[in-house]
Design a protein around this ligand. Structure first.
Ligand code: HEC
Length: 100
């Protein structure tokens, strides 16, 4: 069972959580609550069953760096060009693992 989210980030000491904080993802995303963007856990759930996990991580890493629109609602996600390839992949994996 997921714990009711009083803390802004669960598993706060993980690499993914640190990256999410240092890259200001949390300004728009929370783990379990909708903010500007969809909750990370919901994103994880949507893509957890999407097929080949490696391809899904590639896809999500791309959306993290390039932004996206039209998948979750009216608000687009701006590109995050400061996020490196390796960090984007680590973030994508962290988010995907939440859906399991
Ligand atoms: C300015 C606000 C904002 C910031 C900053 C932001 N996001 Fe988003 N994000 C959004 C919105 C809004 C959406 C929904 C876009 C849509 O409907 O397609 C989204 C969607 C996503 C998705 C789902 C993409 C898809 O194709 O389904 C992922 C993954 C994601 N964000 C990760 C991140 C990560 C990781 C960071 C930090 C590097 C980040 N976001 C920073 C607003 C933001």
């Amino acid at each position: 069972m997921a714990m009711a989210g009083t803390a802004p980030v669960s598993a706060a000491d993980t690499h993914g959580a640190k990256l999410a904080r240092s890259n200001a993802c949390l300004a728009c995303h929370q783990i379990d609550a909708r903010r500007v963007g969809p909750p990370f856990r919901e994103i994880g759930k949507r893509y957890a069953g999407a097929g080949d996990p490696a391809a899904t991580i590639e896809y999500l890493a791309g959306t993290i760096q390039n932004g996206g629109r039209g998948r979750w609602g009216a608000i687009p996600m701006p590109a995050q060009p400061r996020v490196s390839d390796a960090d984007a992949r680590a973030l994508a994996e962290w988010i995907l693992n939440m859906g399991e």
